[in-house]
Design a protein around this ligand. Structure first.
Ligand code: NAD
Ligand code: IPM
Ligand code: MG
Length: 364
């Protein structure tokens, strides 16, 4: 029996980095004798161009029939003139998250020893390293709350979004965070804005209640504004960061950059049945798309997460992660990880993919 994976490469650097993830997956399949069948579907801007809508029925059906979704990224200036709900992000990515109830988004950010020089942190801070797991609620909050819209005209025209959280939504993501912490350094930092937002007051109360089931895990609360600065000052003191949808979006970009680049952060978005969509935390990077310079590591590590969580192929996932670490340690770095005077040593997107695939095949 072979596994079925729906591949949605999307826009901008999506197809470029997806090609490298596929190379690495082929290598791991060969080494571990796995049988994985991939079917590609258009999504986002590519689907608008080819089919007139960002999430065609065939794409949705293809995802429904798969064991997991490997997603690239969607969006870009070409489609920004469209009505908001017809654009790639709100017309494809958010509906996919909603349709499959992918409420649990996990984004692991680790600054590896020996790779501290890639971080923009001050050297005495980066020297301590850090290992943060961002656990982000993904199908609620201000992203999905109703009503949402615009009304009125002239100087009275206004726009509004609704931030809304139910006890149930907070409980289920909080359990994920505490369970994850039990397998790590046993600390949950819950990020909120309880000094201003009603949703955050409920968030804090529910997280406190859930914490009672995990007496071995330390819980602390922090306001989002303070969290963004403490991450720059003492990132090594954070373990699991439990965030609502919007705050997790912000925190995950920050921790990605603290490891050196947006192009290093992988992610899984999962539902309660364990069905998952795997994607880099970053976007379609229109500023570098088409140049063969994007960092494929986030997409490759997302493939490793797919092997681990959806296909339960732990050894194959570890082989990829070890190969990525080796490549980075061996100085295989794309340009954004280098200073301007080192940039002539930069590896291209495909050189990175080739090297990581080779290491996977040979084993380390
Ligand atoms: N999951 C997704 O599909 C997703 C996620 C975030 C943003 N987006 C969309 O992507 C488009 C661009 O958004 P943005 O510019 O705000 O965010 P972005 O993450 O695409 O880019 C931010 C910065 O990070 C850099 N970067 C990102 N990934 C990189 C990689 N793999 N290698 C090297 N550098 C990388 C980019 O060059 C850019 O300078 C928008 O349309 C946005 O809505 C999509
Ligand atoms: C593209 C956008 C809708 C998305 C989000 O805000 O969730 C992205 O920024 C992410 O982090 O996955
Ligand atoms: Mg984001």
């Amino acid at each position: 029996m072979s596994y079925q994976v729906a591949v949605l490469a999307g826009d901008g650097i999506g197809p470029e980095v997806m090609a490298e993830a596929r190379k690495v997956l082929s290598a791991v399949e060969e080494r571990f004798s796995l049988a994985i069948e991939y079917t590609s579907f258009d999504v986002g801007g590519a689907a608008i161009d080819n089919h007139g809508c960002p999430l065609p029925e065939a794409t949705l059906k293809g995802c429904e029939g798969a064991d997991a979704i490997l997603f690239g990224s969607v969006g870009g200036p070409k489609w920004e003139h469209l009505p908001p709900n017809d654009q790639p992000e709100r017309g494809a990515l958010l509906p996919l998250r909603g349709h499959f109830e992918l409420f649990c988004n996990i984004r692991p950010a680790k600054l590896h020893q020996g790779l501290e020089h890639m971080s923009p942190l001050r050297s005495d801070i980066s020297a301590k390293g850090f290992d943060v797991l961002c656990v982000r609620e993904l199908t609620g909050g201000i992203y999905f709350g109703k009503p949402k819209g615009r009304q009125g005209e002239g100087e009275n025209e206004e726009a509004f979004d609704t931030m809304r959280y139910s006890r149930k939504e907070i409980e289920r993501i909080a359990h994920i965070a505490f369970e994850a912490a039990q397998g790590r350094r046993k600390k949950v930092t819950s990020v909120d804005k309880a000094n201003v937002l009603a949703c955050s007051v409920l968030w804090r109360e529910v997280v406190e209640d859930v914490a009672k089931d995990y007496p071995d895990v330390e819980l602390e609360h922090i306001y989002i504004d303070n969290a963004t600065m403490q991450l720059l000052r003492r990132p090594n003191e954070f373990d699991v960061m439990l965030c609502s949808n919007l705050f997790g979006d912000i925190i995950s970009d920050e921790v990605a950059m603290l490891t050196g680049s947006m192009g290093l952060l992988s992610s899984v978005s999962m539902n309660s049945q364990g069905f998952g969509l795997y994607e880099p935390a970053g976007g379609s990077a229109p500023d570098i798309a088409g140049q063969g310079i994007a960092n494929p590591v986030a997409q490759i590590l997302s493939a490793a997460l797919l092997l681990r969580h959806s296909l339960k192929e732990e050894a194959a996932a570890v082989a990829i992660e070890v190969a990525v670490s080796k490549a980075l340690r061996d100085g295989y770095l794309t340009g954004e990880l280098l200073t301007s005077d080192q940039r002539n040593q930069a590896k291209s997107t495909s050189e990175m993919g080739d090297y990581i695939a080779q290491v996977v095949k040979e084993g380390v």
